[in-house]
Design a protein around this ligand. Structure first.
Ligand SMILES: Nc1ncnc2c1ncn2[C@@H]1O[C@H](COP(=O)(O)OP(=O)(O)OP(=O)(O)O)[C@@H](O)[C@H]1O
Ligand SMILES: [Mg+2]
Length: 409
């Protein structure tokens, strides 16, 4: 239950007759009234009593009403002040209003209802101002909280994007290790075979039992085996250099010059471990002379996400999935069309595919960030656009478009 304290009014007037009649009248209406016979005492009471409204005469000894008004407002600019002034003091009344008085009443007060009305009106207005103030404060608090949660959300999103990137990098590294294992393994076997053959050959030679046919045999072995070592080491070196570039690009955001077709082939090479044991195929058709000064890491992430989505979502239950990527110039833009012949998406999936955290694989390893990252990369980093076309059973088509050149990207 809220208890309403009676409102406190301070009456400052040097005429005792006016004070008494005003006080009596206001007290009858339940107000609590304090009174002072001059401005100086009035100000002291204002400090000690802390009234809700001040009723103040203009012409008084010691300190006139205008000064009281100025000082009261200095202490509390929001306090309602009603001036009581003689009919002849129009210019002072105007000055009082200019200094911040809320209202005025002409003395002698012939109809006390005028006083009652002025006081009530002032309190109503003060209440309204207070409510508005509280509302603004609430709004400000709500805004602050919203800003804070937005900042937290943005930070969380950045962290998620970062950890998604790191996860992709981790997968890439695992893939690299696996892929390089084969040529290095073959190389080691071949080299140790050569080593064993050479030891045997040296023994025969030292014993002076070397026959021409054995020498020729050894030479042939050396030639074949060293050729095999060379091929396998070259393959490993090639893998390492393309993985290295893709991995560096994927973890950094730097801009550099590169040939789009060559780069896409490198990305594909790094993705090969993810699908080489399946019957799925990927076909790239790219104009060979597109030289971009752009962010290779963005391309690697885009293609990575698109291909992984086809492999994980699109080709669910499909044995021979096929992906085509067609890249061509269209005026000043590069048109990048990505297509798979997988299960496709229904209307809801298609509408939400770029929404952050939308996934149909919740709890099975999907975070739902992949396509929203693709969307941000293409629209913000590459200053382009992306559209999705799909229906159930008809695969997906993602059409990406971005400018071939732009200033100060
Ligand atoms: N090629 C596709 N074929 C069918 N559905 C797709 C394809 N690509 C995306 N989707 C649908 O869009 C959803 C959102 O894709 P997105 O890449 O954003 O998230 P995710 O793959 O589920 O999780 P994450 O990529 O974060 O690991 C997927 O869950 C899937 O339902
Ligand atoms: Mg995905």
């Amino acid at each position: 239950m809220t208890v309403h304290m009676p409102k406190k009014i301070l009456v400052i007037d040097d005429e005792v007759y006016i004070r008494d009649s005003v006080i009596g009248f206001l007290e009858d209406f339940g107000f609590q009234v304090a009174d002072a016979e001059n401005g100086k005492i009035g100000l002291e009471l204002f400090e000690t009593q802390n009234p809700d409204l001040v009723l103040c005469d203009l012409r008084m000894p010691e300190m006139d009403g205008l000064e009281v008004l100025a000082r009261v407002r200095l202490k509390n600019p929001k306090i309602p002040i009603i001036i009581v002034s003689g009919a002849g003091n129009i210019s002072d009344t105007v000055e009082a209003l200019r200094l911040g008085a809320w209202d005025y009443i002409i003395k002698p007060i012939q109809d006390m209802n005028v006083l009652y009305h002025a006081v009530n009106k002032a309190f109503e207005r003060a209440d309204l101002i207070l409510a508005k103030h509280r509302y603004e404060e609430d709004l400000e608090t709500a805004n602050r909280e919203l800003r804070l949660s937005l900042e937290t959300l943005e930070r969380t999103r950045d962290q998620l994007v970062q950890s998604e990137k790191m996860a992709a990098l981790g997968e890439l590294v695992a893939g690299v290790a696996h892929e390089i294992n084969t040529p290095v393994g073959v190389g080691v076997t071949a080299a140790s075979f050569l080593d064993a053959k050479t030891t045997e050959f040296k023994k025969i030679y030292a014993a002076g039992e070397l026959k021409r046919s054995e020498f020729e045999n050894y030479l042939q072995t050396v030639e074949e085996v060293s050729n095999s070592i060379l091929i396998n080491m070259e393959r490993a070196a090639e893998l390492i250099s393309s993985f290295k570039q893709v991995a560096v690009d994927q973890s950094s955001e730097s801009r550099r010059q590169f040939n789009l077709k060559e780069y896409i082939n490198e990305i594909l090479l790094s993705l090969r471990p993810r699908y080489k044991k399946t019957e799925h195929t990927i076909e790239i058709d790219c104009e060979p002379d597109i030289e971009l000064n752009s962010f290779p890491g963005a391309f690697s992430q885009i293609l990575n996400n698109l291909i992984m989505n086809s492999l994980i979502h699109g080709f669910q239950g499909i044995q021979k999935g096929h992906i085509t990527v067609t890249i061509s110039r269209q005026g000043k833009d590069i048109l990048f069309v990505y297509q798979d012949n997988g299960r496709g998406m229904n209307k809801e999936e298609k509408e939400k595919v770029f929404d952050p955290f939308y996934t149909t694989m919740r709890g099975k390893g999907g975070t739902g960030l992949g396509m929203s990252i693709v969307f941000n990369l293409i629209t913000q980093t590459l200053k382009g656009s992306i559209e999705c076309e799909s229906s159930p059973g008809r695969g997906v088509v993602f059409t990406l478009k971005f400018p071939e050149h732009w200033e100060n990207g």
